[in-house]
Design a protein around this ligand. Structure first.
Ligand SMILES: *Cc1c(COP(=O)(O)O)cnc(C)c1O
Length: 365
């Protein structure tokens, strides 16, 4: 068999699925992936260092049972009846498994676009048809159009990546009340947002909220995410996910990060608050330079500009890495004016923001 014969054995469409590869150069100041630029909670790093590594010759827990009550406590659902937790190798794993648990090949998943780039990829991988619905003016999700799709799964990213914009409670509640299937709310940036939607889990069995340790918790390298939902629902997602997805060290480290100590959970909350104040200051400084950011409820901002690609290159050649989006849908006036182009910039310690601003001044004049 020749090499090309072998490749023809692949599932239809596999070759066309993109790898997740923002093809980015290495830079001294990396503002490209919305991780915690202050680092990780010291208690978590200590738990990792002090782990009894002899235990590594055994399998981890099947489905992270020891994490479940700590996670329900953290999201404020400890006393909600019949609510459970599913964990995963990053929240990507939870999103992927939810699609697989509820969407049969040929079903569809509806979402507002532009959103998290993995969603259409995971959808296709699971045989689901992605249905991209434009945002309304003001970047709210178009609840009625999402509902009208009658999709098996409706995905809402709140706040939304890459725009950083919040989603209104009225829109989310309308979708939850009227959707035909599961409503998957991705709260990867919950810790930075003025409003979260975990309470809806206790009110409607079709709601699943996905969260992650990759952003505010500063533990992207550990790969831990989770979903909360009705017990029956999360146990189904777990079946689609498979056993042993969260490793022994990750489970131990995440438990320490959730501990309400000064260098555990309190560290996380304090640094999320620092990110929010850094963000507001950055938005202010940028507006004085003529760059108007979209309203942000996350630890990153989106700045529409037709010069996104050129500014990305100029910044990265000077050691500052951001993300450039160049082909976003142009239904909204602000993105039409920028030809669908924008920079996405992660927010971190003010010294890093100063480097960004100084470099941007140098390259954009
Ligand atoms: C970063 C991010 C995730 C998290 O992915 P992990 O697999 O948990 O690292 C999920 N959703 C959105 C919208 C994100 O931006």
């Amino acid at each position: 068999m020749t090499r090309s014969d072998v490749l023809r054995l692949a599932r239809e469409g596999m070759g066309a699925l993109p790898l997740y590869s923002p093809d980015l150069p290495a830079c001294a100041v990396d503002l490209s992936d919305n991780t915690n630029l202050w680092g990780a909670p010291p208690a978590a790093l200590r738990a990792m260092r002090e782990a009894p590594v002899a235990a590594l010759s055994r399998y981890p827990t099947l489905y992270s049972e020891p994490l479940r009550s700590a996670l329900l406590d953290y999201v404020g659902l400890a006393t909600a009846p019949d609510v459970g937790v599913v964990t995963g190798c990053g929240s990507d794993d939870v999103l992927d498994s939810t699609m697989r648990a509820f969407g049969a090949v040929g079903d569809s998943i509806a979402f507002s676009a532009p959103t998290f780039s993995m969603i259409p990829v995971l959808a296709r991988l699971n045989g689901l048809t992605p249905l991209a619905i434009p945002f309304t003016k003001g970047f709210n999700v178009d609840a009625e159009r999402l509902v009208d799709t009658k999709a098996k799964v409706t995905y809402i990213c709140a706040p939304n990546n890459p725009t950083a914009t919040p989603v209104s409670r009225a829109a989310v509640e309308y979708v939850v009340a009227n959707a035909s299937g599961i409503v998957l709310i991705d709260e990867a940036y919950a810790e930075f947002a003025p409003e979260v939607f975990t309470d809806l889990v206790a009110q409607d069995e079709r709601v699943v909220v996905a969260r992650t340790f990759s952003k505010a918790f500063g533990l992207a390298g550990l790969r831990v995410g989770y979903g909360v939902g009705a017990n029956g629902v999360v146990r189904l997602i777990e079946r689609a996910r498979g056993p042993y997805k969260v490793n022994t060290l990750a489970e131990r480290t995440v438990l320490a990060a959730l501990d309400p100590s000064d260098d555990g959970l309190r560290w996380v909350c304090e640094h999320a608050a620092l990110a929010v104040s850094s963000r507001e200051r950055l938005i202010g400084e940028l507006s004085q330079m003529g760059f108007v950011a979209l309203p942000s409820a996350a630890n990153f901002i989106m700045v529409p500009t037709p010069r996104a690609a050129e500014l990305f290159r100029a910044l990265s050649s000077r050691g500052v890495l951001v993300r450039a989006f160049t082909a976003m849908p142009q239904d909204l006036p602000v993105l039409a004016e920028s030809n669908g182009a924008a920079l996405r910039i992660s927010v971190g310690p003010w010294e890093m923001m100063t480097t960004l601003l100084d470099t941007l001044r140098a390259v954009s004049s």
